[in-house]
Write a protein that binds this ligand. Structure first.
Ligand SMILES: Cc1cc2nc3c(=O)[nH]c(=O)nc-3n(C[C@H](O)[C@H](O)[C@H](O)COP(=O)(O)OP(=O)(O)OC[C@H]3O[C@@H](n4cnc5c(N)ncnc54)[C@H](O)[C@@H]3O)c2cc1C
Length: 393
């Protein structure tokens, strides 16, 4: 490997590749060191193989961080439109799925190819299958000992990602490096992750695995309205993945099972129009049938509508619109889309991602304590923070 580089980037994921091509465009000699056998594995598997590469409605409010202001500068200077322009320049067809979420029409491979073509065009090099074993600060910058020899450069960009999906190359190396250089790392946990149920809560729903219904999930003052999917181990689907980032064991998590309706009004109407119909029959018209029947077998009193008095109807309506979901935990990093927490932003410059402690050291992407919602926001953070560092190194 050549030893003369201006910038070394550890991690060839979304953020690392964006940083490399941006720095390369400025004429810098860049080398990306990736320990997996290929770059951009998470891009390839994202969005069901079609990569939800950005969200046109991205705002800082779509991110979780101990410092919610930190992401503002980078997001403002590299917007979804900037990325869309690159996608269009490369002739990649895309479409909007919902709520500003943009996906490739064909394949995520096109996004990885685009990033690699951009890197190649500016001479940014990529070394795959190369693990960094040790990083040392020198008078000239940084020296890396890797499985393929030693490398040095005045600038080092840490783009190692988070802990989610270890089988895709995730490692805690970025956090280790941060600690080595005196940076605080805020506690990490799985985000955008299915929730698990145990005991009776699981037994009662397990055989409904595969049933999906629209819900509004609410926890700690946040609500997400979208589908919930019952799984063998608990619950998943976009509304659950979103709320999982705001939930921790023991927190009160509520589901509105009729998010587009006034349940009390509906029940009253049904009582008037179908007095002899049982509650489970009425609910089967409003919810997936097997789910409605399970509710009435286990939790709600099932009898003809005419036999409910007004307080009972009110109670049922309240339960339907604020159903307590007793989750035991999450499926963890094995299936999580992102890692919450990470390198504390207090010690990074928000405009350049440079360490305030160690000049020449940068942290970008998911390794930093900035985590987006589901819907293309995480890639937009990777592009924006990668671009910020690539312009500053
Ligand atoms: C299944 C799945 C689907 C997703 N879908 C979407 C989506 O559609 N839209 C969206 O916005 N976000 C999505 N995400 C989240 C998104 O993939 C991440 O937020 C994003 O990839 C983070 O970019 P990054 O460059 O910081 O990290 P990564 O993309 O994880 O890249 C980090 C790279 O560093 C490498 N690395 C780690 N340790 C070392 C080391 N010691 N030495 C060398 N290299 C190392 C890794 O192999 C990896 O290539 C999804 C995530 C998952 C898991």
């Amino acid at each position: 490997m050549s030893h003369s580089h201006d910038v070394l980037v550890i991690g060839g994921g979304a953020a690392g590749l964006m940083c490399a091509l941006t720095a390369g465009q400025r004429g810098l000699r860049v080398l990306v060191v990736e320990h997996a056998n290929r770059v951009g594995k998470k891009i390839l598997m994202s969005g069901g193989g079609r990569c939800n590469f950005t969200n046109t409605g991205t705002t800082p409010a779509n991110y979780l961080s101990a410092n919610p202001h930190f992401c503002k500068s980078a997001l403002a200077r590299y917007t979804p439109l900037d990325f869309i322009q690159m996608v269009e320049r490369h002739g990649i067809a895309y479409h909007e799925k919902e709520l500003g979420q943009l996906f490739c029409d064909d394949s995520s491979k096109q996004i990885v190819k685009m990033l690699l073509d951009e890197c190649e065009a500016v001479g940014a090099r990529i070394e795959t299958g190369c693990s960094v074993e040790h990083v040392q600060r020198t008078d000239e910058g940084f020296r890396l000992r890797t499985t393929r020899g030693s490398l040095s450069a005045p600038s080092l960009v840490v783009a190692c990602g988070g802990l989610s999906i270890p089988s895709m190359g995730a490692s805690g190396f970025g956090y280790e490096l941060a600690r080595q250089f005196g940076h605080a790392v805020l506690p990490t946990r799985a985000g955008l992750v299915p929730l698990t149920l145990t005991g009776k809560h699981q037994e009662h729903l397990q055989d409904l695995s595969g049933v999906a219904l629209p819900v509004e999930a609410t926890c700690n003052g946040r609500s997400f309205r979208n589908f919930m999917l019952i799984t063998h181990r608990g619950v998943s689907g976009p509304s659950i993945l979103q709320i999982s980032s705001y939930w921790q064991p023991g927190d009160d998590l509520r589901l509105d099972l009729l998010p587009d309706s006034d349940a009390l009004r509906l029940l009253r109407e049904q009582q008037a129009s179908r007095p002899a119909a049982e509650l489970k029959t009425v609910l089967s018209d409003l919810l997936p049938r097997r789910f409605a029947q399970r509710l009435c077998e286990l939790w709600l009193p099932n009898k003809p509508m005419k036999q409910f008095n007004e307080p009972q109807l009110r109670e049922i309506a309240t339960q339907l619109q604020s159903w307590p979901l007793i989750a035991s935990g999450t499926e963890g990093y094995r299936t999580a889309e992102v890692t919450l927490g990470g390198v504390d932003t207090d010690e990074l410059s928000s405009s350049t991602m440079q360490s305030k402690k160690v000049p020449g050291l940068y942290f970008i992407g998911e390794v930093v304590d900035v985590t987006g919602w589901l819907g293309g926001y995480n890639f937009q953070w990777a592009w924006a923070s990668g671009h910020a560092a690539g312009n500053a190194v």
